[in-house]
Write a protein that binds this ligand. Sequence first.
Ligand code: C5P
Length: 234
Amino acid sequence: MKRRRRGKIIAIDGPAGVGKSTVGRLVAAKLGYDFINTGEMFRALTWKALSSGVEVSDFPAVAALACRLRWEFRPTPDRTLKTFIDGENAAPYLREERVSSNSSAVAANPEVRRFMCRLQRRLGGAGEIVMEGRDIGTHVFPDADHKIYLDADIDERARRRYRQLKASGARAHLGAVREAMLTRDLNDLKRKINPLSQAADAVVVDSTHLTLHEVADKIVRMVRARRQRRDGSR
Ligand code: C5P
């Protein structure tokens, strides 16, 4: 039986650095929905594992750590849900290099994925949410009302991430950013449990030659058009 929700769920999946977060936040703001970047949940757990001496390859220990932590998702004024762990805002640690490079190992842990999936379903259960990640449309919310698979050329994705890092004052090398991105994509694509993949009923949007504002407008137009078609057919 299909679960009843108050509002819609918009799932945005795709590889690293494709602009899912920026697009997701813009779409959510235009529709008056909540927004969550589920990658931050895996990153927050990676940060906690690294800072408490838990080996990311020790799957049972990382899964036990996830269960011990107190997870909270507090909304910012623009309705972005930010991850707090044991009362502490995880945001300052999430983009550390060591967190980025270890996060796909944490995300390959089946127990951790089950734990995150439960949290994500609880967060999105009421609807009116844009949720972005790798497996939202395929696994977390296979019955999402709208599924977008956002893609872009690897060189363009690497350039975007490089500019982001530079703008935040970090030291970065374009070639190294590209390599790290390819490694993370490969890990996400080949993992056994809920790999990055395109849902059969997802709309593919290629953002290589579009600005992220243009991509967000395109998605909002799609959502509104479908709403109008549905309302018109009643
Ligand atoms: O989106 P972001 O690149 O910040 O995500 C960090 C890592 O978390 C990814 O490399 C991926 O391995 C993992 N992830 C995932 N499933 C999601 C979101 C992120 O496996 N729904």
